[in-house]
Write a protein that binds this ligand. Structure first.
Ligand code: COS
Length: 381
């Protein structure tokens, strides 16, 4: 059944609860995690105590069975407070999507409940140093050996590297470009080494690293999908995750605009609040309008996932939602810094962090140039 295009009363109440939770428990931790560039276990424990680690997973595996629209509400509200915490919420879902959609029943029962309980976390290991946008040129290799596969190679830009204890790893099982890739679920303790952690511009509370697998032995039971199906597993997964990155971007933008509007009502120059100036009001109105448009697109793409992609447009809509919302987030957070003037440029105020955090949403889960390629391919097919 087609979902309504506005939120239900229940969803509005849920959003208010998550917003209050984020204001009370997440906002106070955000500046420190950004300053120290350390993972905030306090933030993760707060998510766990609120049962938000369970939200994105089916009930039969210990989750709450929430719709993707509900997951987007949470991603947005957390990002409104702190983008790194929003990423904590999103990353295990990304890591587990291939298990949920392509893994065996045994794998689902073995891994999903512990992720839902917040006892374990998952990462998505797709990109390589020379295979980011052109992901089909990956060289990490998996070789069959009896009932096992032996995987060797290096994966880059891995969110939650070193924190996660399970990784969805894509590896080459033959030289065929698209049909020679296979997906596997790999436990960190089987030999996933963190080679390097990046020093980044933003989302500093979320570690990003290079992981290396040297002849790591993975049982065939941990294969996700058929041999050679890995490229499609990767694309299918990203189609269902990109809308939630859009939600994260909407949250970052809303957080920055809300902060700036409050500031503009208080800050006085030339004898009146700066918010009385029509020039700034029009800028703020443009920001609010674009955020609302982005949110609508995000909800639509999420609803399409919930409905099972009945029209085959999900790939395009997901790309649009992620691309548009992240471009809006970059513009709105940049304007928010401008609204605060010199103060906005200092870390005494959160908007400069939000501007730095917004940037990654234009890059990860496929750059916005790749999203435009995906959209154009649908238009031209
Ligand atoms: N779902 C299912 N199948 C898909 C698909 C999708 N969303 N997108 C493509 N495919 C299929 C195609 O239909 C094609 O299959 P056939 O050969 O049977 O027709 C095959 O996969 C190859 O598709 P295509 O030729 O479009 O592949 P390209 O190598 O040109 O790559 C892009 C396409 C650029 C879209 C892809 O490489 C991509 O998304 N790159 C970005 C990766 C990314 O987001 N990385 C972020 C990592 S997570 S931080």
């Amino acid at each position: 059944m087609t979902q309504p295009i506005t939120l239900t009363d229940e969803q509005r109440e849920f959003r208010a609860v998550v917003r209050q939770f984020a204001a009370d428990k997440i906002v106070p931790l955000a500046a420190e995690a950004d300053r120290t560039a350390e993972y905030s276990w306090a933030a993760f424990d707060a998510l766990k105590a609120m049962d938000l680690t369970a939200l994105s997973f089916p009930e039969q595996y210990g989750g709450s069975g929430a719709s993707l629209v509900d997951q987007a509400i949470v991603a947005e509200e957390l990002a409104r407070a702190d983008a790194s915490t929003s990423l904590m919420f999103l990353i295990s879902k990304l890591g587990m999507l291939p298990v949920l959609n392509f893994g065996s029943e045994e794998l689902k029962q073995q891994y999903v409940p512990r992720i839902a309980a917040g006892e374990s976390q998952a990462s998505y290991a797709l990109s390589e140093a020379d295979a980011g946008s052109d992901v089909a040129s990956m060289t990490t290799r998996a070789t069959r050996d009896g009932d096992d596969w032996v995987i060797s190679g290096s994966k880059c830009w891995i969110t939650n590297a070193g924190i996660s204890d399970v990784y969805t790893v894509f590896a080459r099982t033959s030289d065929d470009r698209h049909t020679g890739i296979t997906a596997f679920l790999v436990e960190a303790e089987w030999g996933v080494e963190v080679d390097k952690l990046e020093h980044k511009l933003g989302v500093k509370g979320s570690p990003t690293g290079v992981i290396r697998l040297d002849e790591v032995r993975v049982p065939d039971t941990h294969r996700l999908g058929e041999v050679g199906e890995g490229f499609k597993v990767a694309m299918h997964t990203l189609d269902r995750s990109r809308p939630t990155i859009g939600a994260q971007a909407v949250g970052i933008a809303q957080g920055a605009l809300d902060y700036a509007v409050d500031y503009m009502k208080e800050r006085r120059t030339f004898g009146k609040p700066i918010g009385d100036n029509q020039g700034l009001q029009w800028m703020a109105a443009d920001c609010a309008m674009k955020i609302e448009a982005a949110r609508g697109l995000v909800y639509r793409a999420c609803a399409m996932v919930d409905e099972g992609d009945p029209t085959g447009e999900l790939s395009m809509l997901g790309a649009m939602a992620k691309c548009y919302a992240s471009d809006v987030a970059m513009q709105v957070t940049t304007d928010a810094v401008q609204f605060l003037g010199g103060y906005g440029y200092t870390n005494e105020f959160p908007v400069e962090r939000m501007m730095r955090d917004a940037k990654i949403t234009q890059i990860y889960e496929g750059t916005n140039q790749i999203q435009r390629i995906v959209i154009a391919k649908h238009l031209m097919r």
